[in-house]
Structures are given as C-alpha cells and as structure tokens.
Write a protein that binds this ligand. Structure first.
Ligand code: PMT
Length: 395
C-alpha cells in the first residue's frame, strides 16, 4: 500500500520513526509529510533514510508544482501520528496553511488520525468537538492510551504503540478494498427524523439526529459504493456522498422513488413520521381555546412500498421499538418484505436517538444476532458487511 504518514509536533514523534520502519519492513511504501514544528523534534533526514523517499516539509519550497496534489494522487491512505490539537483543529476547520494541513485537505482517500497530547488538552471540549466533526466525515480516530505523559502527569493522551496503530489502521483500511462487492454500487441511505408541518412555524417531529444513517452512508462510501443520502440532518458526511435534503415523509418518498430503479440497495434508518397533519394552516395558528385538535392522516409506508417494487435489490429497515422489540421487528421484516431489519430498543441507555452508540439485533428471515453496545460507526460496518455479502449473492 502507498501510505502518507503525516507527522506533527508531539513528543511521541519518536514512536513514529518505528511506525514508518514497520510499514516499510512489511512492504508498504511511505512518504512522510512533516509540519515545520515537527522538524524541531526530529530531522526530516531521519524519515528520509527510513522511508527511502523525500520528506515534504514546506510545499512552498518544494520545486515540484502541485506537490500536495501529486502526493495525494499517489497514496492509498494517509495516517497522521502524532496528531496535535493544532493539526486536528485545522483539518476540522478546513485550514490549509502548511504542508501537512494542505495535504490533508487535498486528500480524497481514507484518513486515520492518532491524537497524542496532554490529558487536559485532549479532553478540552473544542478538541473533543473537532474529533466528532472528523469522525462524522468518515475519518478514523485512533483513541490515545492512558498512562504517564511527557509533561509528568498521568492520564489519557499517550500515542498508542506502533503495532497497535498498525492493527487499528489495517482493521479500518480492510473496508476500502478495491473491487469489493459494493464498489460502484448505488445505495440509498435515509437518515434523520421527518418533520410534518402544522403551520409555518410548527411541526410534528422526533428525536432522530441522523447519526446512525450518516455513519452507514460513510461506511458504504468508504467501501466504494455510490451513496445517495436522503436526510433531514445537517450533520457532515464524507465528501464523496451525494446528499439530498428533505423535511417531510412525502418528500423523502418522492426522492427515494426517483433514485430507486437503478439502485442496488436501500437502507432506511430514518425515523419517518407515520402521520401528518391533514390540513396545513397557511397562517400561524392563534391561541383561542383551551384545547386544540389536529386531525392527522396516515403517511405512506415507504419501505412497504419499496418491498412491493423491489427487483434484485436489497432492502434493510430499522425498527425503533420500546417493547417486545425483537418480535415487533421480525413482524416488520416479513410485512415489508425486507432482507434484514436492525432492531434497536430505543429506551435502552446508550441506544437509539441522539447518542453516538447503539445496541442492535440484526434479524433476517432465518437468523437473529444480538450485539453489545457499540459505536454507531461500528454498527454501520456490520450493516455494510451484510450489504456487501448479500449483494455478492444477488449477481
Ligand atoms: O438518527 P439517530 O439519532 O442516530 O437515531 C437512530 C434511530 C433510532 C432513528 C435508528 O436507529 C432507527 O431506529 N431508525 C428507525 C426509526 C423508525 O422509524 O422505526 P419504525 O419502527 O417506526 O419504522 C420501521 C422502518 O420503516 C424504518 O426503517 C423506517 O425508516 C420505515 N418507515 C417507517 C414509517 C414510514 N411511514 N415509512 C417507512 O419507510
């Protein structure tokens, strides 16, 4: 594999010398990009010797034109270790003011970031928020270890050992195999909660944040699928994903139907409102009486409709349940003619709406598998595994 190793100025930089050595030893090609501050810790000559490649430190001094684009075109993936709060903040904000940040912004391949810093810096809300932003774009964050830190304190913030970084990177990058079953396949993913308007200022909605669906979209896109994400959420996703914003269930239905015919799969994690207000009020409803009655009418069941239309396509639904969730989910799987349903008990702690984790049971016609609490990005990989395996058998 062709790897860019991005190095910023942390004391853990010494471990990255070994990391590069290990990549080279097992046959990877490595090009190192360093920030100016990083060169104060270690000379670029050392990385040049180990990697047997020129080290990029200052794109403006580089004789080659567009060197930052050429290196990005050459690589299969990029890993930044150690990643300081500064470089993480720059990538989150899209700032490109030195070699490393410019290469990271130009990158259109998988990116892995291994933060290393003092515990207080790592736990700073701005830092944590930046990591969440990066994760939401499909970037892999390798969580730092806890232990003694260079500043003399103890806590989370240590750069993991090179072998652990390699293990994490391999696990993440295995999903980017070229020619995977998902490569080039068009997959529709829905996310977020629909909003059914009552009047110009009010709506009926739900607590879906879009995190689950956006994580699925990222996982599929990372594996080479052509993802169309139909969502009500403003959360960011990987730049390769085509995003269609909607508000109501009917808008979601229209967009799905117009994309469905040439798609290979639909994965519906959106929380679609079952009812909408019958008579939308053009004006804001005034407060007159003590009681206000709104008449609701049923929305179309989009998944049910797709279940009737599907031809050699796979359909994956979600079931948000508060009781008997496995039985209710199985009933939906059969009634809506789905290939798989992801059941989540949305009352369980760490599961369902708004949180970064979920607790799911994957149910097919002849299988049921319960999983422990996991990050939504990990649940997304399980779903991508299933989609990949099943699409492989549909050929
Ligand atoms: O967005 P997050 O904050 O990350 O939260 C994730 C989630 C809890 C929303 C997600 O994990 C989830 O459970 N999504 C499904 C929510 C839901 O609407 O479940 P349901 O049991 O009411 O619907 C069953 C399936 O039919 C769903 O796939 C739904 O998208 C679909 N449906 C529902 C109603 C309708 N009119 N048309 C549909 O297609």
């Amino acid at each position: 594999m062709n790897l860019i190793v991005g190095v910023s100025a942390g004391i853990a930089i010494y471990k990255v010398v070994d990391l590069v050595r290990k990549f080279i030893k097992r046959g990877d090609s490595v090009k190192v990009v360093m920030t100016n501050h990083a060169t104060k810790f270690i000379s670029p000559e050392l990385f040049k010797e180990i990697s047997q490649n020129e080290v990029m430190t200052d794109i403006f001094e580089n004789e080659e034109t567009a060197a930052h684009i050429k290196i990005v075109d050459w690589c299969d993936a990029m890993i930044i270790a150690p990643a300081t709060a500064n470089i993480i903040g720059k990538i989150a904000c899209g700032i490109a003011d030195d070699s490393l940040s410019t290469v990271a912004i130009a990158l259109n391949r998988p990116l892995i970031i291994a933060p290393a810093m003092n515990t207080h810096m790592y736990l700073n809300p701005a830092m944590q928020n930046n990591l969440k932003i990066l994760e939401s774009r499909g970037i892999k964050i390798i969580e730092p270890d806890s232990g003694e830190l260079a500043c003399g304190t103890s806590g989370i913030g240590r750069l993991p050992e090179p072998d652990e970084i390699i293990l994490n990177a391999d696990e993440f990058l295995k999903n980017f195999r070229k020619n995977s079953e998902l490569d080039g396949k068009k997959i529709i993913v829905t996310a977020g909660g629909t909003r059914e308007p009552i009047d110009p200022v009010r709506f009926i909605g739900n607590h879906s944040s879009g995190k689950m669906g956006h994580a699925i979209a990222n996982a599929l896109s990372n594996r080479g699928a052509e993802v169309v994400l139909i969502t009500s959420s403003d959360l960011e996703v990987s730049k390769n994903i085509r995003v269609i914003k909607i508000e109501t269930a009917e808008q979601m239905r229209q967009k799905i139907l117009s994309e469905f015919e040439n798609s290979s799969a639909v994965i519906m994690s959106a929380a679609v409102a079952d009812y909408r207000v019958k008579n939308f009020s053009e004006q804001k409803i005034k407060k007159f009486d003590d009681n206000l009655t709104l008449e609701l009418v049923k929305n179309p069941d989009i998944l049910f409709e797709l279940g009737q239309l599907k031809k050699n396509q796979i359909l994956i639904g979600f079931a948000a349940e508060t009781q008997d969730f496995e039985r209710n989910a199985r009933e939906k799987l059969i009634r809506k003619n789905l290939d798989m349903i992801v059941a989540n008990d949305v009352t369980a702690e760490g599961a369902g709406f708004g949180v970064d984790t979920n607790i799911v049971t994957l149910i097919t016609k002849d299988n049921l598998k319960r999983y422990p609490i996991m990050k939504k990005s990990e649940v997304a990989e399980l779903i991508a595994d299933y989609a990949s395996k099943t699409l492989g058998t549909l050929k």
